[in-house]
Design a protein. Structure first.
Length: 508
């Protein structure tokens, strides 16, 4: 096959919805080695740390401009009782993490440690509260403990534990996966609970909560509709009731059935394309949830939140199956790059997205092994794309020829792109998902010109390539000199299985 071509039109002077920086959010659960051994090594560790928080992980994530961090779960959130994780560590009760590995949890990483981590990262905290096995009072008091000033029982307890001033905690999840591990509830039952819990998660002082109702799995649009009915009426123009400000859903990219997800590193070309077809499905799911929300919230005041997304493979051989440790290849990076193109197109409704998970679990940014730290290919996509955060989206009108692959009766469009502008600098992101063929792309720029260009590329010899402690830069960004100027814009040849970014100042 040859002749893969694409042409795009970008109007540099027509700015669209702002791409929320929170679309580049992260997720840290008490699962495997995400917290212990990942973020937190303890105060006696020889690895450089601050209060037990691993500093090389902090440094790597700060380089991504990490906007928010979701914690403590996931499924773990709905069996977590926050008061077990405050006060002197030696006095904190031990629990069993029944969801992930059936191992003991000593609660040494709790509320104060998480807030210290967010402060080191410069990230907004996103706390997922316990609806499944907790109480309204428990969640209400957690909000009070964290965010209230002045005098109150929870404030006094916080001060006794060493923190005088309240923290700012903007994001609050009203449970997690209430349809499954968060309580096996019916949508109607959870929707009533969401209103109840939201009522008692109060704004204290100038800390205004963005309450996120636990939403659907995949394409369960009926669940989303049930939640929207709680705050608005079908087809009405009224401002939605202020119970919750966001509705979530979860979607994971699999290359096969749930029972046999396949290897993270040992896969065929057909398996690669099946994965890409699954990744591209997120566009339809976001569109579907958005359409339901539009019927109840036509002015799009309520945000859609994809607070768990990413690839999910079988665990690495020899590791605890409950720890969900998997390698991370160029395939995973291209799943991420295409997801971001889709997220950018839905910026008017999609407010937040959180990749699962940040360290050592599922599609991680970082893998740790003792003192060694490895940046994954997915990490590099986040870093190359960070200029899109809080930038105005620029529509990319794409026309392609010969860029479709068919696998299992499913067509996979192999060229993906998005663009934005911020502080008069334009960032264009392009992915060629074809495993074998390059793609010639011409970009017609209208309504302005671009100044001096900087281009980077993320690719490797094989789609199965990945980084290890012994070979940490097998898949890493490099400068790209394949962009040329034409009379009306730019031209470049994208190598197979490659992600490219172009950055330049916008000129009148």
């Amino acid at each position: 096959m040859s002749g893969h071509t694409g042409s795009a039109i970008i109007n540099l002077d027509i700015e669209g919805p702002v791409i929320s920086r929170h679309l580049y959010g992260h997720f840290a659960e008490h699962l495997g080695r995400c917290i212990y051994g990942g973020f937190y090594v303890g105060e006696d560790s020889p690895i450089p740390h601050e209060g037990g928080i691993r500093l090389d992980v902090v440094e790597a994530l700060r380089a991504l401009n990490i906007p928010n961090l979701r914690w403590p779960g996931g499924c773990f959130a709905d069996e977590y009782h926050w008061k077990d994780g405050i006060g002197p560590k030696a006095e904190r009760p031990v629990m069993v993490n029944t969801h992930w590995g059936n191992v003991e949890e000593n609660n040494h990483f709790g509320t104060h440690e998480f807030m210290a981590l967010c402060e080191l990262l410069g990230a907004d905290p996103y706390i997922s509260g316990n609806v499944g096995s907790g109480t309204v009072r428990e969640m209400s008091e957690w909000v009070e403990y964290l965010t209230r000033d002045g005098a109150s029982p929870m404030v006094r307890q916080r001060r006794a534990n060493g923190r005088d001033q309240p923290w700012r905690v903007p994001f609050w999840g009203l449970g997690n996966e209430a349809w499954g591990c968060g309580g096996s509830m019916r949508a109607e039952h959870y929707a009533d609970l969401a209103r109840q819990y939201a009522t008692y998660c109060r704004d204290h002082g100038d800390n205004t909560l963005y309450r996120i109702a636990a939403g659907a799995a995949d394409g369960d649009f009926a669940w989303t509709e049930q939640l929207m009915r709680q705050i608005s009426c079908f087809g009405c123009e009224a401002t939605p009731k202020n119970f919750f400000q966001g509705v979530s859903f979860h979607y994971y990219t699999l290359g096969g059935p749930w029972e046999n997800k396949g290897s993270a590193t040992d896969f065929t070309e057909d398996g690669y394309y099946r994965t890409m077809a699954a990744a591209l499905r997120v566009d339809r799911l976001i569109s579907g949830h958005s359409a339901v929300m539009d019927c109840y919230d036509p002015h799009r005041r309520v945000g859609l939140v994809l607070d768990e997304w990413g690839t999910w493979w079988s665990v690495e051989p020899g590791t605890n199956p409950g720890f969900l440790f998997q390698q991370n290849t160029l395939r995973d990076a291209l799943v991420a790059s295409t997801h971001f193109d889709i997220f950018h197109r839905h910026a008017e409704r999609l407010f937040m997205a959180n990749i699962a998970q940040t360290v050592n679990v599922l599609q991680a940014m970082i893998l740790t092994d003792g003192e060694r730290l490895v940046l994954t290919p997915t990490y590099h996509v986040f870093e190359m794309n960070k200029g899109h955060q809080d930038a105005a989206s620029l529509a990319v009108h794409l026309r392609t020829e010969g860029t479709v692959r068919t696998v299992d009766d499913t067509e996979v469009e192999t060229l993906s792109a998005s663009a934005s502008v911020k502080d008069d600098h334009v960032l264009i992101s392009l992915s060629n998902l074809d495993a074998r063929e390059p793609a010639d792309v011409s970009i017609d720029l209208r309504g302005g010109e671009l100044g001096s260009l900087t281009a980077r590329i993320l690719t490797a010899d094989r789609i199965q390539d990945h980084n290890t402690g012994d070979a940490p830069e097998t898949v890493a960004p490099r400068s790209f000199d394949g962009v040329t100027r034409t009379g009306t814009g730019l031209r470049l040849t994208l190598p197979p299985h490659a992600f490219v970014t172009i950055r330049a100042p916008r000129l009148p």
